[in-house]
Design a protein around this ligand. Structure first.
Ligand SMILES: *[C@@H]1O[C@H](CO)[C@@H](O)[C@H](O)[C@H]1NC(C)=O
Ligand SMILES: [Zn+2]
Length: 564
């Protein structure tokens, strides 16, 4: 029932409404050819005129949902035209009366009518009233209703309520995203930057893209670019593997700063474009931007992924000349550069001689190099040191176990395994995320909780058979030592989390759109091979961001050149 007192100035309209209210009943008779309806549809009329038109319709025949939608829309239009003039109380009462009429005729069950009423209350800034209509809407609600209440909250500046509604939405469209982003922007640029960071972290590029589009339209409306936002966009696109988009944003920035350059150089390096990262670094120096400590991390990382040992060393030595004192991370990058290129002794020397204590992850990187180049001498030392440093981390035992096993040193391997069991060290659970339709789907290895589980497992089994035909052999050398993976496979039929995410992607994401997966651990060899073949067999572009880097699988090859 309406909560607003009757304070209509137009006595006539009041009388008419009273007459109207007496009659109940609701007809759905066709009203489209009617001149009164046509007049009501014109929406230029003041509140009193709209009500009068309504009452004349009511006198002639039973109003239909169409009548109500016209009346409500007309009232909403008049309130958006002059939201705060002296006619406000008229509009509030008219809204209340119209609401009462709608209820009386039982028209609220009609989605269109409910939505018009929601729009009217939102236009009047009566969010609590809108919310009551919304909360009792039941089956009459649709995406438009959700979007209406969402943007109502957004426009009134109630970001918390907007977020709450957004979080509960069963289905989100472009309009919902824009409404949400719109309310964020009204709140703060800083909020938007953090939304972009969240997108980058989750690999949720579709969400990030909405923000980009939104900012572009703002730009057309004359809002100046903001380098913080542009940097966040570059970073987001790079972390989602969309380098061309990142480059496009980077290229369009009017006045960049070192943080922007770092984001682009780092993004190139991380995506396996070491050459381009180095090139951009040189251009940065040419343009007299002073590189900072993060720049050097990015460039050294670029050298590592392309095996530019000599150039990397030179850049490391040039740091002091640029006024940047090498820190722990820089020594780590240098060691990684050397180790991956096979110079593991030299790399070990860097870590042992550096002025500060290396971090366990830096020894861990060297350990990967030892495994990659099968260097048992250095590997044994480093492996033992890692176990000493992190006795709780099961992954540390696994690598040493493997190094021994690969070299046939079974006694040593068994000892490591026993030590791991005695200490009860655990391996981290593998998690993969994939975004689809505005939702992030999370999988753990062997997961059976997803609603599409049976489809996913069905596809994976079918996939395995088809892949065998094009040369996929399960890496059995690693199956005998089931400790090889960072991730525990458990029973034979339990698949690694990234495979579940990949199958989900193939099932749901239309052909032609890339499948993007984010994983918390390193991709294992078997899954890497598997993803390469799947990209060829299904002609899909697959992008996996794991703990260390990006893999872009396309037509049977990976951008990392099997070097990760
Ligand atoms: C260097 O750049 C990074 C971003 O790339 C920034 O976070 C950091 O504050 C900068 N350092 C200095 C000393 O300006
Ligand atoms: Zn795997």
């Amino acid at each position: 029932m309406p909560a607003h007192p009757l304070r209509l100035r137009s006595i006539h309209a009041l009388a008419v409404l009273r007459r109207v209210a007496i009659a109940a009943g609701f007809s759905t008779a066709a009203s489209r050819g009617c001149p009164l309806h046509a007049a009501l549809a014109r929406r230029g009329a003041p509140v009193g005129t709209a009500l009068e038109l309504y009452s004349r319709i009511r006198a002639a025949a039973s109003p239909t949902p169409y009548t109500f939608s016209l009346l409500l829309a007309s009232l909403a239009a008049s309130s958006s035209r002059s939201p705060s003039d002296a006619g406000d109380s008229d509009r509030l009462s008219a809204a209340g009366l119209a609401h009462a009429q709608v209820l009386k005729c039982g028209a609220l069950g009609h989605t269109v009518v409910t939505n018009c009423l929601l729009k009217l209350y939102c236009a009047l800034g009566l969010l609590p009233d809108a919310r009551r209509v919304f909360d009792s809407g039941g089956d009459a609600l649709d995406t438009v209703s959700w979007n209406t209440i969402l943007s109502g909250y957004g426009k009134s500046g109630d970001l918390l309520a907007a977020r709450e509604v957004f979080g509960r939405m069963p289905e989100r469209s472009l309009i919902s995203w824009s409404a949400m982003i719109d309310s964020c922007v009204r709140a703060d640029v800083v909020v938007l930057v953090s939304v972009l960071k969240a997108c980058a972290h989750l690999g949720a590029v579709e969400r990030g893209r909405w923000i980009h589009r939104f900012l572009e339209t703002e730009r057309l409306k004359g809002r100046p670019g903001n380098v913080m936002l542009e940097t966040a966009l570059v970073d987001m696109y790079c972390k989602c593997g969309c380098l061309e988009k990142a480059w496009q944003v980077f290229d369009g920035v009017q006045s960049g700063d070192v943080v922007l350059w770092n984001a682009m150089i780092g993004g190139l390096a991380m995506n396996g474009h070491g050459e381009r990262a180095l090139e951009l670094f040189r251009r940065m120096l040419d343009k007299n931007f002073a590189p900072n400590e993060s720049t050097f991390i990015a460039v050294l990382c670029g050298c590592t992924h392309t095996g530019h040992v000599e150039e990397g060393k030179k850049i490391f030595e040039s740091m002091k000349g640029h006024g940047v004192e090498p820190r722990r991370e820089h020594y780590g990058c240098l060691a990684d550069l050397l180790g991956r290129a096979g110079l593991v002794e030299e790399a070990e020397a860097v870590l042992l001689d550096m002025p500060m204590e290396p971090h366990a992850s830096q020894w861990g990187a060297l350990m990967s190099s030892c495994r990659m180049h099968n260097n048992i001498n250095v590997g044994e030392r480093v492996g033992k040191r890692l176990i000493e440093l992190e006795p709780e981390d099961g992954g540390r035992y696994v690598v040493l176990f493997n190094l021994y096993a690969v070299n046939g040193l079974w006694e040593d391997a068994r000892a490591v395994r026993q030590m791991m069991e005695e200490r009860g060290a655990k391996k981290e659970t593998g998690l993969s995320f994939i975004e689809w339709n505005g939702l992030v789907h999370k999988f753990i290895s062997g997961d059976t909780r997803h609603p599409q589980t049976s489809l996913i497992y069905g596809l994976l089994q079918d996939m395995e058979q088809r892949l065998q035909l094009i040369g996929y052999v399960k890496d059995t050398s690693q199956v005998i030592m089931d400790m090889d993976d960072e991730e525990d496979k458990g029973i034979t039929l339990s698949y690694h989390s990234e495979r579940l995410a990949l199958a989900f992607g193939i099932l749901n994401i239309p052909h032609g759109m890339p499948i993007r997966i984010v994983k918390n651990l390193r991709v294992c060899r078997d899954c890497h091979m598997h993803a390469k073949l799947v990209s060829k067999l299904y002609q899909r572009e697959i992008i996996v961001r794991d703990r260390h880097r990006f893999h872009l699988f396309r037509d049977g090859v990976c951008s990392c050149n099997d070097y990760w």
